[in-house]
Design a protein around this ligand. Structure first.
Ligand code: AMP
Length: 280
């Protein structure tokens, strides 16, 4: 497995692959890898000849009050996981390589970024779209892989590549969960034993809303109100609990369809957890 720390190095290696007509897949990550990330590698391996992962804790997608400083960084363990999964190349740029001092560009997707996490994390999606646009232009992969765990991010990235005509196929990968239903996340490492015990209730409540609303599509308001009570009783503070259309992310307030999803973002102490479950 090769490691590139500069854009020039990344481009040289990908260009070598292209001489042999390889189909190239890219998985952008912030490291502290787990089996959710490895599912992206597997999805890429099924469709691509060469696989590159990036590890970059992107300061632009953290608000000043958020956990940039404490975000887990485990480069050696990440490299081992990627190597044993069969990744060909890992791009690990420093902050100065991605954002030299004279950097002043911001890539912004409107509309899709306004609700859900966008409403609670100021500037978050501008940071995401700026770094993803850079990574896609730097690596120019044939396909790039993103988890449904961050469903709003997946939709925003799809919009970004369409709007900017970036010739990359965006692939969504289903959420990988612990046996008790908790969606894998690098931030799960922050949870105390007691918080870890409570955490699976997020997925449980989302799932129970999804199945109730699948049975009775007009019960959106009642089921969401019930879900809010359940989450609070379990010990979460709630950022949002909503049903939205998958494609447009428009709120569903009256009648859900098979193309709707339940989205939740909650806090357990200082840890923010997000998850989403399809209704169809
Ligand atoms: P992150 O390192 O948290 O920025 O995530 C990198 C990529 O992995 C994103 O596309 C995430 O959506 C995806 N991802 C994170 N957790 C999971 C999971 N539990 N299942 C599937 N994909 C995931």
């Amino acid at each position: 497995m090769e490691i590139a720390r500069t854009v020039a190095d990344l481009r040289r290696r990908v260009a070598d692959w292209r001489k042999g007509d390889a189909r190239v897949g890219l998985m952008p990550t912030m490291g502290a890898l787990h089996q959710g990330h490895i599912a992206l590698v597997r999805a890429a391996q099924a469709e691509c000849d060469r696989i590159a992962a990036s590890i970059f804790v992107n300061p632009k997608q953290f608000a000043p009050t958020e956990d940039l400083g404490s975000y887990p960084r485990r480069e050696a363990a990440d490299l081992e996981m990627l190597q044993s999964a069969g990744t060909d190349l890992v791009f690990i740029p420093g902050v100065g390589e991605m954002y030299p001092p004279e950097f002043t560009t911001l890539v912004q997707v409107s509309g899709l970024t306004e609700g859900l996490c966008g409403a609670h994390r100021a500037g978050h999606f501008d940071g995401v779209t700026t770094v993803v646009a850079k990574l896609l232009i730097q690596a120019l992969p044939d396909a790039a892989y993103f988890g449904e765990k961050d469903y709003q991010q997946l939709r925003v990235v799809r919009r970004l590549v369409r709007d900017l005509d970036i010739p990359v196929h965006i692939v969504g990968v289903p959420t990988v969960r612990e046996a008790d239903g908790l969606a894998l996340s690098s931030r799960n490492a922050y949870l105390s034993i007691e918080e870890r015990r409570i955490a699976p209730n997020l997925a449980r409540v989302l799932r129970s809303i999804a199945s109730a609303v699948a049975q009775q599509p007009s019960a959106v308001a009642r089921e969401l109100a019930h879900g809010v009570r359940e989450l609070r009783d379990a010990g979460f503070a709630i950022d949002y609990l909503e049903i939205r259309e998958e494609e447009t992310l428009k709120p569903v307030t009256a009648k859900a369809t098979a193309r709707s999803r339940v989205f939740g973002a909650v806090w357990l102490g200082k840890t923010r957890l997000i998850d989403n479950i399809p209704i169809g």
